[in-house]
Design a binder for this molecule. Structure first.
Ligand code: ATP
Ligand code: MG
Length: 421
């Protein structure tokens, strides 16, 4: 017999963990609602071309990490590796951009064929925010503040916000040439990947994880040397606003996104407690993307947070389990049906009820009731059901002063009064 296991890099989220996930998700939803964001949900599967055009042919995600296959209708499809391209497709397809600026959030699983390690899976989860139709530097600051405040809200204090600017398309054209000329001198020391990037989009080399190349790049010209006055001023303005919002930041000049539709603000929120996978949140402005995917020119800015990394950082926080209010012990033909009746009534009255369906003896059921950490045990046996009664016992009291109360099973009002006492 085969023992089936999950695919590499794809994890079950077990009942002992789902409580934490739900709490963090609920906090995110609440936070987003207060920020005036609306949720958008898109399919997990899209045409491959959406991602190759939307993320960029020269990127690792498109080049090496996509889960793509040909479907029965001969279309090349891909499991979404990120959320932005799908959200952009959706706002174009559904005409949302004609209805004024859009402030959206999304969440859910993403798929990338990467080498699995701590904080890096092949199926992982993101929550993300996108603004469409907002061009001012104030919206860059606002979207950063939404990420920053959410992460603070859920109790992460040791985070670093790194920011940079990529300037405009024209700024980057100048920079690209400068960087390529400089890299020519070091061609012999570059790895294969960097040589390919040098041809396709040399800015991405600055994002390398290879320490030898990082070393070489220490003296490379940086984008700030190619920025126009307007771009420089915009970046200074962002820093001013962040300062006045008391959001601490540092400038990381090698923080880049190599593709042409990115511009101005790029940022990451990192933690030194995540080892090599330090980035919890990454985002930036991508004014050219909507057009690139067939829509009208639309200024856009967004970010995404990796949920697994967030949960690693939260450690034991939010891991307290919710216990039942009532454990329902029952035995005997009539009693068992009445127990089910009572479970439904109490659940309707908003109590969390665990019903023992084992049919085993009372002492075994009582042991399980203790183990469940419920506040109350309610017992219905042959005797009780004959009298139309239930026995209530507070489990959290020591047995010395245990009070057993008998009450009418159909007097729900009295019963619930007793349970909240
Ligand atoms: P990295 O440099 O760590 O690969 P990235 O630049 O590929 O990150 P983005 O595409 O910007 O990441 O995605 C935003 C966030 O999603 C990341 O900051 C990270 O928290 C999370 N993330 C990305 N890829 C993975 C993965 N394979 N497993 C878990 N989380 C991930
Ligand atoms: Mg990556």
């Amino acid at each position: 017999m085969t023992n089936f296991r999950t695919l590499r890099g794809m994890n079950d989220i077990l009942p002992s963990q789902t409580e934490r996930w739900q709490k963090v998700e609920a906090l995110a939803r609440d936070h987003f609602a207060r920020a005036g964001l609306k949720e958008i949900r898109t399919p997990l599967l899209e045409l491959t071309e959406l991602f190759s055009r939307g993320i960029g042919e020269g990127t690792d995600v498109v080049g090496k990490e996509m889960y793509s296959f040909v479907d029965r209708g001969d279309r090349s499809c891909t499991l979404r590796p990120e959320g932005t391209a799908s959200v952009v497709r959706s706002v174009i397809q559904n005409g949302l951009l004609k209805q004024g600026s859009q402030r959206l959030w999304y969440g859910g699983p993403m798929f990338r064929y990467e080498r699995p390690q701590a904080g890096r899976q092949r199926q992982f989860h993101q929550i993300g925010v996108e603004f469409f139709g907002l061009s001012s530097v104030r919206s860059d600051a606002e979207i950063i503040s939404i990420a920053w405040d959410f992460l603070k809200d859920i109790g992460l204090n040791d985070l670093t916000l790194e920011i940079n600017t990529l300037g405009t398309f024209d700024d980057r054209k100048i920079y690209r040439e400068k960087l390529t000329n400089w890299l020519e001198k070091y061609k012999d020391s570059l790895d294969d990947n960097s040589l390919i990037q040098m041809k396709n989009n040399p800015l991405r080399i600055l994002d390398t994880k290879n320490p030898d190349i990082k070393n070489i790049l220490n003296d490379a010209p940086m984008i700030d040397s190619s920025l126009s006055i307007d771009s420089k001023n915009r970046f200074l303005r962002l820093q001013d606003i962040l300062q006045s919002l008391s959001i601490p930041f540092c400038i990381n000049k090698s923080l880049v996104r190599g593709l042409d539709y990115y511009c101005h603000t790029a940022f990451e929120i990192t933690s030194n407690q995540l080892g090599a996978q330090a980035t919890v949140c990454g985002g930036g402005r991508y004014d050219g993307l909507v057009e690139q995917l067939g829509g009208p020119t639309t200024p856009s800015v967004g970010w995404a947070i990796g949920m697994e990394r967030l949960l690693i950082l939260l450690g034991e926080k939010f891991s307290n389990i919710i216990y039942p209010d009532v454990y329902l012990i029952n035995k005997g033909e009539k009693a068992e049906v009445e127990a089910l009746y009572l479970a439904r009534s109490l659940r309707e009255a908003n109590f969390k009820v665990e019903l023992d369906n084992s049919g085993s003896n009372f002492s075994k059921q009582f042991k399980r009731a203790d183990k469940s950490c419920a506040t109350w045990a309610i017992v219905i046996g042959e005797e009780e059901s004959k009298n139309g009664q239930v026995k209530i016992k507070k489990l959290t009291q020591s047995s010395a002063n245990t009070n057993e109360i008998f009450t009418n099973i159909y007097d729900l009002e009295k019963l619930t009064r007793l349970l909240v006492s």
